[in-house]
Structures are given as structure tokens and as C-alpha cells.
Design a protein around this ligand. Structure first.
Ligand SMILES: Nc1ncnc2c1ncn2[C@@H]1O[C@H](COP(=O)(O)OP(=O)(O)O)[C@@H](O)[C@H]1O
Ligand SMILES: [Mg+2]
Length: 366
């Protein structure tokens, strides 16, 4: 028997729940007209919140509608790869539909002086390649997805965005879905040439509802080692709607369980779940955060509790409330904290406070 949970970044879950607003809206937009706003999607959120697997779902929906899906990597020269490799491969795959009439340009009645027309082939651009591909399609379109936008080269992103907009202007059926960490998405929207993406549908992924988290746990384990009600309650509680934690707690509890998953199994793996969250999510999320922002986060962690007053945080780092506003703004922009109410801040990632406190402790010891 294999463990049915998949606490692996980018790995699509065996049982899906939630995000139906995005999926339904996107599916509907594909049946619509060129330039439907929901054909341009920008998805942001924290590590492990489910951006990559959501992109995969969108790709599946597009494929089911007969659309061609092109995946652009966030890394390297993604536009070059599209032009030189990905799009030509798709073009080669597609047999031109039977009965197409534009077999060749019919030049009858006058002589064409080939000498005069012999200009060098224009260098293909993303736009010309896309038009070649779109020219082979009837009634469907092309979706481009870009993941890990925060790591992408700004010129590449601008290129993709500008081409997308041009194709829409010419009434082509194209869709673009981009996903990345919050601060990367904010930077993307500030790039020259991507202004129109500010009008794209933006979805900020938050936690799943407890109901969805429970549905995932129950359905994923049902065929092999079903959860008791009590065990599911506790697992939902620990996961706090965070998709990576849902998969992780399910995975670890499943490994430990006998024929079915009990509350004791879940309780026994709580620590390991939170510790793994620390190394897989918290530590990488804090990489590159400048000292002033780290001090702010540590102060929040030391004060403790779900919501913390921002003036109390400021005081703790030895600043007047207005002097800490800038740091607070940068952390909001990074998506590490949220402002749940006026004058309040809270951590976006579950257990980040605990992580920072234990991190503090271990630094002191060493
Ligand atoms: N809607 C969902 N239903 C079930 N599992 C999900 C869902 N969204 C994400 N997951 C799981 O959460 C984990 C993190 O998802 P991923 O897309 O890699 O996050 P991100 O790209 O935001 O870092 C994966 O194990 C994935 O299977
Ligand atoms: Mg991802």
C-alpha cells in the first residue's frame, strides 16, 4: 500500500478541494471571447499555499477545452525556449486541420520576381511564433503559464505580457496565467510593459476552509486507512487550512497508523509536522529578509498571540509607531504578515511565530 498523501511542492494532490472560484471562472472564460478578463490571471501567495498545483489544474482545464498549453519556466531565458523549442514542438505536433484552404499563397496572373522578394527570413519573435501556432487552431486557443514569477527575468516577463496583450488586441484566443510569491508578483506588476496585467484577474491564495481541508484528509485516506472523526478534527486543527500542512500531517499520520488513522496517530506526528514546516517553508521564506524586517518579525513572535498590535511591536524594537510603518509595509508586501484589523498585524504562515521563537532560543544556546 502506498501513502496517498503528497507533501511535495508542485505535486498535484490525489484529492483536490477548494479554489473553485478560480477554476470555474477560468473555465467559463475559455468559452468566451478574446480578451475576457479572466483569461489573464495573476496568482500569488505564500510558499506551500498551492500556487503551482493550481496552475496545473488550470492547464488541465485548458487542455480539456482543446486548448494548447505552453509552460514557460520562471528561470532562464523562458522566451527563447518558447520561441526555439516549445512552440515549434507544438506546431510540429499539430497536423494542419484537413480542408484548410490556405495551403499556399496563390499568386496567379502576375509574375513574382523571387529575386526581389528574397529578403532574409525575419527573426522569429514570441509574437510571430504564437501567430503561427494560433493559425493552426480552429475555435480553441493557447494558454501560457508562468510559475515562480519572483525568480523570472523581468525582460522575459515583459515580453510575454506585451505579446499577450498584442494577441488579444488582434482578437486571438490566448490566456496567460502567472503565479509567484507575493513580493515577486508585486514587482512584476511594476515592470514597464506589464501595466495591463494590473487589470488581470488577481487571486491571492489564502488558507483553505476547514471544510475543504477535512474533505482532502478524509477522501485521500478513505480507500487505504480512513481517519476517525476525532483524528480528522485534530488534523484539521493542526493544518490550519494550509495545503502543504494538510498533505504533510496526512502523510505522517498515515505512515504511523495501522488500519485506520486515530487521534493518537495525529497527535504523535504533530511535532514532526511543525518542524518539517519550519525547514521546508519557514526557513526558505525568511531567506534574504533584511535585519530590520527580521527584528520586526521577532518582536511579533516574542509578543505572541494571533494578532499583535503594531504599536506594541514598534515599541519593542525601540521605535515610534510611525518609524516602523515602512518596515511593516515591506513585510506586508512580502506577504509575510497581514493586517487583519486596523493597527494589528499577524503572521501569514501558520507556526511562523513558534519557528522564530525556537530559532531565537537555539541561537542563544549556540
Ligand atoms: N487545493 C488543494 N487540494 C489539495 N492539496 C493541495 C491543494 N493545493 C495545494 N495542495 C498541496 O499543497 C502542497 C503545496 O502546493 P504547491 O502548489 O506546491 O504550493 P506553492 O506552489 O504555492 O508553493 C502540495 O503538496 C499540494 O499537493
Ligand atoms: Mg510552487
Amino acid at each position: 500500500m502506498r501513502n496517498p498523501f503528497r507533501p511535495t511542492f508542485g505535486a498535484s494532490p490525489y484529492h483536490w478541494a477548494g479554489r473553485s472560484v478560480v477554476l470555474e471562472e477560468f473555465a467559463r472564460s475559455l468559452d468566451g471571447y478574446p480578451g475576457e478578463p479572466s483569461r489573464s490571471l495573476v496568482i500569488d501567495g505564500a510558499r506551500g499555499i498551492g500556487k503551482t498545483v493550481l496552475l496545473t489544474e488550470l492547464e488541465d482545464i485548458a487542455a480539456q477545452h482543446g486548448w494548447i498549453v505552453l509552460r514557460a519556466t520562471g528561470r532562464g531565458n523562458s522566451v527563447r525556449t518558447l520561441i526555439d523549442t516549445t512552440i515549434p514542438a507544438k506546431i510540429a505536433e499539430l497536423d494542419p486541420p484537413a480542408g484548410r484552404t490556405v495551403t499556399a499563397v496563390q499568386v496567379s496572373g502576375f509574375r513574382v520576381d523571387t529575386e526581389l522578394l528574397d529578403v532574409a527570413d525575419p527573426v522569429p519573435t514570441l509574437g510571430t511564433r504564437m501567430r503561427d501556432l494560433l493559425g493552426l487552431l480552429r475555435g480553441t486557443g493557447v494558454l501560457i503559464t508562468v510559475d515562480e514569477v519572483q525568480d523570472a527575468d523581468p525582460d522575459n516577463l515583459s515580453d510575454i505580457a506585451v505579446t499577450h496583450q498584442d494577441l488579444i488586441r488582434d482578437e486571438h484566443h490566448v490566456a496567460l496565467a502567472m503565479a509567484g510569491l507575493t513580493h515577486g508578483i508585486n514587482r512584476l506588476l511594476d515592470l514597464p510593459g506589464t501595466t495591463f496585467l494590473r487589470r488581470a484577474r488577481r487571486f491571492e491564495l489564502g488558507p483553505l476552509t476547514d471544510e475543504d481541508a477535512r474533505a482532502i484528509l478524509l477522501a485521500t485516506a478513505a480507500e487505504s486507512k480512513p481517519f476517525d472523526d476525532d483524528a480528522a478534527d485534530l488534523a484539521v486543527d493542526i493544518a490550519r487550512g494550509y495545503p502543504y500542512l494538510v498533505q504533510l500531517i496526512g502523510y505522517l499520520a498515515w505512515n504511523r497508523a495501522g488500519d485506520g488513522i486515530t487521534r493518537a496517530d495525529v497527535e504523535a506526528v504533530r511535532e514532526e509536522t511543525i518542524r518539517t514546516m519550519g525547514s521546508q517553508v519557514h526557513a526558505p521564506s525568511l531567506k534574504g529578509v533584511p535585519p530590520a524586517q527580521m527584528a520586526y518579525l521577532r518582536a511579533m513572535a516574542d509578543i505572541g498571540g494571533e494578532e499583535v498590535s503594531s504599536s506594541e511591536v514598534a515599541e519593542r524594537i525601540g521605535k515610534k509607531p510611525n518609524e516602523a510603518t515602512d518596515t511593516r509595509g515591506k513585510l506586508l508586501d512580502r506577504g509575510l504578515i497581514e493586517a487583519p484589523a486596523w493597527g494589528k498585524v499577524s503572521f501569514t504562515l501558520p507556526y511562523l511565530g513558534e519557528f522564530l521563537r525556537s530559532d531565537n532560543r537555539s541561537t542563544r544556546i549556540s
